[in-house]
Write a protein that binds this ligand. Structure first.
Ligand SMILES: CC(=O)N[C@H](C=O)[C@@H](O)[C@H](O)[C@H](O)CO
Ligand SMILES: CC(=O)C(=O)O
Length: 320
């Protein structure tokens, strides 16, 4: 699948990695997961082994097997499967990149190494370049997530001249709230066909205004359909509807953020909404509490985000 790819756009679900109660990867439900995303959420792109997928908590061989399962089960159903291959060890990252190419993934993404860190742009670009070179035919995306990596080199600075160093560079996954940096990434690269994928789901509308061409996020697993309504409203320049949709999504995210929201909670919500057992996360994460799940369920219902037969009439909060 190394032929030139059509641009990655629209929604991309950052997938969770299903696990058994004993903490082993539950490969057997990935086929159902693909069908759920496509049929129930209308989401046809996935980002595998990233933050939400606990990629950095998996062994290299587990990461390879998870990637293989998504590629196998997603064949002829998904549009694009991007594999996150970032690692602290350049060698491991290269091995994962090469593996992604061999199995026919559609792209690879890499975060900045975050223990021994690159302290300037040139060093970071050199690291990324070495990874990209292990899979030169695969579209390469830089995954900017400074709050988690602690690497705060601005994306705008990183993108300057990057294609000279990394010919397969295809875009940016921007998981930060600095819209000045994001806007300048778009503004300074208008002539290039880069994908600008935004990664803060609660602020996607602002990023669309700044020129985002798509979005990668955890909530598109279960709010994909809702978020598509916002994208469609934005496309037809119905900004007031688009804002209503964003506010509805924000009401949910704001609610769960206050309860404590992360990968564990995403797994619990996704289990609840899809009916597919995603299982607990792996240590150091802890399983979401029953109380969290009950509260999240009630909120999803009150916002009309879940099909529910016993909603009270005239529920003022419901979002259409
Ligand atoms: C840190 C993190 O996991 N960010 C995700 C993707 O980048 C987002 O999809 C968030 O989960 C989402 O925006 C909710 O805050
Ligand atoms: C959210 C996201 O993009 C990730 O899980 O990596």
């Amino acid at each position: 699948m190394a032929s030139p790819k059509k641009k990655l756009q629209g929604l991309v679900a950052a997938t969770v990695t299903p696990m058994t109660e004993h903490g082993e990867i539950n490969f057997s439900v990935i086929g159902r997961y693909v069908d759920y995303l496509v049929e129930e959420q209308g989401v046809k792109n996935v980002f595998v082994n990233g933050t939400t997928g606990e990629g950095l908590s998996l062994s290299i061989s587990e990461r390879c097997r998870v990637a293989e399962e998504w590629v196998t089960k997603g064949r002829n159903k998904l549009d694009q499967i991007v594999i996150h291959v970032g690692a602290l060890s350049l060698k491991e990252s290269q091995e994962l990149a090469q593996h992604a190419a061999e199995i026919g993934a559609d792209g690879i993404a890499v975060i900045a190494p975050f223990f021994l860190k690159p302290w300037n742009k040139d060093v970071l670009v050199n690291f990324l370049k070495e990874v990209a070179a292990a899979a030169p035919a695969l579209p390469f995306y830089y995954y900017h997530i400074p709050a988690l990596t602690g690497v705060k080199i601005r994306a705008e600075e990183l993108l300057d001249g990057i294609q000279d160093k990394i010919p397969s560079f295809q875009g940016l996954k921007f998981s930060d709230t600095d819209l000045l940096d994001f806007g300048q990434c778009v503004d300074q690269n208008r002539q290039r066909q880069f994908a600008f994928l935004f990664g803060v789901d609660e602020q996607l509308l602002s990023a669309l205004v700044m020129g985002a061409t798509g979005a990668v996020g955890s909530t598109y697993n279960y709010l994909g359909k809702k978020t598509k309504q916002m994208l469609e409203a934005f496309e037809r320049k119905d900004f007031s509807s688009a804002l209503n949709h964003q506010f509805c999504i924000q009401r949910f995210i704001n609610f769960v953020v206050k309860l404590g929201f992360g990968v564990s909670q995403t797994k619990a919500i996704m289990t609840l909404v899809s009916g597919i057992p995603m299982g607990p996360p792996r240590l150091p994460l802890q399983k979401a509490s029953r109380e969290f799940t009950d509260n999240a369920e009630a909120k999803l219902k009150s916002l009309n985000f879940l099909s529910c037969t016993d909603l009270k009439d005239g529920d003022m909060e419901a979002c259409s």
